[in-house]
Write a protein that binds this ligand. Structure first.
Ligand code: HSE
Length: 338
């Protein structure tokens, strides 16, 4: 039985989901892949818990739930930050689930580069560093001969990156179009079906843990724009960065506009479009009953290919355990390659 020592940096909705998913699936993974997953460190933005013998996932969750911090984890709580952990802890795989920062890409950028330099594999759900330095990150991972996985950065539980790279690998992808943000789909669909107000649904999406730490990133289209950059690079092979995206969010969409569209048989959706020529995120009118007519946190993407024609995927685009499912898929894929 091979042991894999894991550091989880970031312990918000997604980090907690990762701990839960490991707790739920570790026995199954042991049996199926002969792999023993051990969380040797976890850190939130102000505290940490570290144990070379492995931390108990449920106790991590309980500690965070009850005290808001990991510092109070019995006997092993402390105050090391992410970088200090990477410097001090003996680990194999970094799971970076820190919040996205589209200005600097930090803290994910420094943590990831440090892990690469130390020969560690990295799985991330953070979109910031990928949207500004995709090429550099992939090149550095290659130079250091480590694995770098980021399935959960686009579409949460909706399979897209691994699916296209591995299952549609006979095809050239011409474009991808779809709903790439769960929070805005939740807001727009609740406004449409229940007449809820924009601000109330935005607050709800924060309470549900589907919005980004800074929800402006969702409603202003920044999150979806990051995802178009990640898809452009990883699937279309385009060397794109965040500033290449033409972005308009949904903050100016009124209840009146939604009602008017509805009367005419249309819905308003935030649509992301990726092709070699253009990266674009904007609210668009789509037909009721069309493939875009999806409610709640669902995401969808239609991948236009040369051989297979159009292939459409649908799945929950946000949520703690849903996003963690994609991270666990990446973790299993990393283990399988070792
Ligand atoms: N805030 C993001 C969304 C989370 O709503 O889609 C998943 O990337």
């Amino acid at each position: 039985m091979k042991e894999y020592k894991i550091c989880i940096i970031g312990f918000g909705a997604v980090g907690k989901g990762v701990a839960k998913a490991i707790s739920l699936k570790k026995d199954n993974i042991k049996e199926k892949y002969n792999a023993n997953l051990k969380i040797v460190a976890a850190a939130d933005s102000s505290s940490s818990a570290i144990s070379s013998d492995g931390l108990d996932e449920e106790l991590l969750l309980k500690t965070k739930e009850e005290t808001g911090k990991l510092e109070s984890y019995p006997n092993f709580g402390g105050n090391l930050n992410g970088m200090e952990i990477l410097n001090e802890v003996d680990y194999d795989i970094l799971i970076d689930v820190t919040p996205t920062n589209i200005e600097t890409g930090e803290p994910a950028l420094s943590l990831t580069l440090k892990a690469f330099e130390d020969g560690k594999d990295v799985i991330t759900s953070n979109k910031g560093h990928l949207a500004i330095k995709f090429k550099e990150l992939i090149a550095t991972a290659r130079e250091n001969n480590v694995q770098f996985k980021y399935e959960s950065t686009v579409g949460g539980a909706m399979p897209i990156i691994n699916f296209v790279q591995e299952t549609l690998n006979s095809c050239e992808v011409e474009s991808i179009i779809g709903i790439l943000n769960g929070t805005t789909n939740y807001i727009l669909s609740r406004m449409t079906t229940e007449g809820s107000s924009y601000i109330n649904t935005l607050n709800e999406s924060q309470e549900l843990g589907i919005a980004e730490t800074d929800p402006t990133q969702d409603v202003e289209g920044i999150d979806a724009a990051c995802k178009t950059v990640i898809l452009a690079n990883s699937i279309l092979g385009v060397d794109a960065v965040y500033s290449d995206v033409d972005v308009t969010g949904i903050s100016q969409i009124t209840s009146e506009a939604i009602s008017l569209a509805k009367k005419d048989g249309y819905l308003i959706k935030l649509i992301g479009e990726v092709s070699k020529e253009e990266l674009k995120v904007s609210p668009r009118l789509v037909k009721q009953g069309s493939q875009y007519d999806l409610n709640g946190t669902l995401n969808m993407a239609t991948v236009k290919t040369d051989l297979a024609g159009d292939v459409t995927v649908v799945g929950k685009g946000a949520g703690s355990l849903e996003t963690a499912s994609a991270i666990l898929t990446d973790l299993i894929n990393v283990i399988k390659m070792k």
